[in-house]
Design a protein around this ligand. Structure first.
Ligand SMILES: [Zn+2]
Length: 337
């Protein structure tokens, strides 16, 4: 079965699914939390610069308005969307009760993650915690409930890694592998901005006996910029996720990289599919700031359905290939092994 925030569902009932989004989330950089002065109103005049990222703005990182979230997720349903994987985890202020209410209000299935984000976001007390402690927390999140509620997680992650990868983050990753072995849930991973780190993470998981075929490397489209590396990573048997669709400008405020646009993302997908990896690639938008919502002039959760899927068909993908990415691979990865 597939575990949603409202209970378990049969895999064959899962329709078009976004595998990496945030609906209720606070991803304000820790160094700016509580620092006043970076919360100017988002207006038609200011939204481009706030979204672009050179202008410091903390309020855009707070997706905390439940009524707004309901409207945005309802809009995704109108675009034909059926399910969203919501990966707000430790360090990003997860709110399972809100997710359950949003799912109930919109009819969109929500599959929730568990675990911890990158070290800079983690609670200081995590430095004293053991692998076994982290693993027990993730197993309980899947089996009995997460973050003090009885609402259960359906996937492990996005497990945060920095570049260079820290000792604390390796302990959390080791715990995620133990939780995968215990529960049968897939692991989804936020790698650091280092083109070779995804392969390092996969080797680490393989050495621990984790199931690489049920391990997803997120944010490939801000991490790997050459086809050779892309195909070498796919050859390890892991799942590659291009989850920044809708991010259509080159500037990336978190690292000195030049971002691809949606057309180039589709070319990366074509290269993967042509090399026989069509059933090991996922797409999503990783919405985690207000300016990407429709209410603030952004593309909203439905962008992939409204715009990217038709573009894939125009660029030579078959309907079956698009269905594989949006329906069949999500079903396989979200069904507990
Ligand atoms: Zn991430």
């Amino acid at each position: 079965m597939i575990r949603t925030v409202l209970g378990d569902i049969a895999p064959e009932t899962l329709g078009r699914t976004l595998m990496h989004e945030h609906i209720i989330c606070d991803i304000t950089p820790p160094s700016l939390r509580g620092v006043p002065g970076f919360d100017a109103p988002i207006t038609m005049q200011s939204r481009f610069d706030i979204d672009y990222g050179r202008k410091r703005h903390t309020a855009k990182f707070q997706l905390l308005d439940q009524e707004l979230a309901i409207a945005e997720v309802a809009s995704f349903a109108e675009d034909g969307g059926q399910a969203i994987v919501e990966l707000t985890i430790g360090g990003l202020d997860p709110d399972p009760v809100a997710l359950a209410e949003i799912s109930r209000a919109t009819g969109v299935a929500i599959i929730m993650g568990c675990g911890h984000y990158t070290e800079e976001f983690q609670a200081p007390a995590n430095h004293d915690r053991t692998v076994e402690d982290f693993a027990a927390e993730m197993i309980a999140a899947v089996r009995t409930g997460a973050w003090g509620t009885d609402i259960r997680a359906g996937i492990i992650g996005e497990i945060g890694c920095s570049a260079p990868w820290t000792a604390l983050e390796r302990r959390v990753m080791t715990a995620a592998v133990l939780a995968q072995q215990e529960t049968g849930a897939s692991i989804t991973i936020h790698p650091g901005v280092d083109p070779d780190q995804p392969a390092e993470i996969i080797a680490f998981i393989r050495a621990l006996g984790g199931d690489v075929s049920r391990t997803i490397i997120d944010h490939v489209d801000r991490t790997i910029f050459d086809t050779d590396r892309l195909l070498r990573l796919a050859d390890t048997g892991c799942v590659l996720e291009l989850d920044l669709f809708g991010y259509e400008h080159a500037y990336w405020s978190f690292a000195p990289v030049d971002m691809p646009n949606d057309g180039q993302r589709i070319q990366m997908l074509r290269a993967l599919a042509d090399a026989g990896h069509g059933d090991r690639m996922l797409i999503s938008q990783d919405i985690c700031r207000l300016t990407r919502l429709r209410a603030f002039g952004g593309h909203g959760y439905g962008h992939i359905l409204r715009n990217v899927a038709p573009l894939m068909l125009e660029r030579g993908f078959s309907a079956a290939e698009v269905d594989q990415v949006l329906v069949h691979s999500p079903r396989r990865l979200l069904t507990f092994a």
